[in-house]
Design a protein around this ligand. Structure first.
Ligand SMILES: Cc1cc2nc3c(=O)[nH]c(=O)nc-3n(C[C@H](O)[C@H](O)[C@H](O)COP(=O)(O)O)c2cc1C
Length: 144
């Protein structure tokens, strides 16, 4: 079956702090592996961007759950497209947080180093997420 990618942005709720991230990554590890969904999540204290890829039915079902999740708000679909090949094969849900190192990566795609996905064109978002994946992989973190 053909593969799709879905990219959305959202705003973090105060509820996103604490162990919410841990819980989300744990759910992702379990559920995404079973559904052959792969992807990556990047966030700072204000915003989230998530890239999901897999079968259309599976990705759509997951997105329907995610948009109802109270741990974030203001969810905006950025891109939905058929793809030939996965970008995040082997990553049930890679993630990267806001650090000095990831800010340096982000500033390559924006006028400041303060991550705001609302100003990001789709192509830039995809390149950014690929760079973050390479960074996380090189540092042996973020893969799940
Ligand atoms: C920003 C964000 C990203 C999420 N990403 C995923 C994901 O990739 N996979 C997933 O199963 N749940 C994800 N969730 C959690 C779902 O909304 C939902 O809580 C979860 O899938 C429920 O499954 P569980 O009962 O097995 O934990 C995410 C939630 C948020 C707020």
């Amino acid at each position: 079956m053909a593969l799709v990618r879905l990219i959305y942005t959202s705003k973090t709720n105060p509820a996103f702090a604490g162990n919410a991230l841990e819980q989300i990554l744990e759910s992702s590890r379990v559920n995404n592996s079973k559904q052959f969904i792969t992807g990556c999540l990047f966030f700072n204290k204000n915003f989230i961007i998530q890239y999901l890829e897999g079968g259309a039915v599976q990705v759509n079902q997951l997105y329907n759950r995610i948009v109802q999740d109270k741990r974030h708000t203001d969810i905006r679909l950025m891109d939905y497209a058929w793809i030939d090949k996965r970008l995040f094969a082997g990553w049930s849900m890679g993630f990267a947080a806001d650090t000095t190192a990831t800010r340096k990566i982000f500033v390559n795609y924006a006028e400041t180093d303060s991550f705001n996905p609302l100003n990001l064109p789709v192509d830039a978002a995809i390149h950014l997420l690929r760079d973050l994946k390479d960074f996380a992989g090189a540092h042996q973190t973020g893969q799940s």
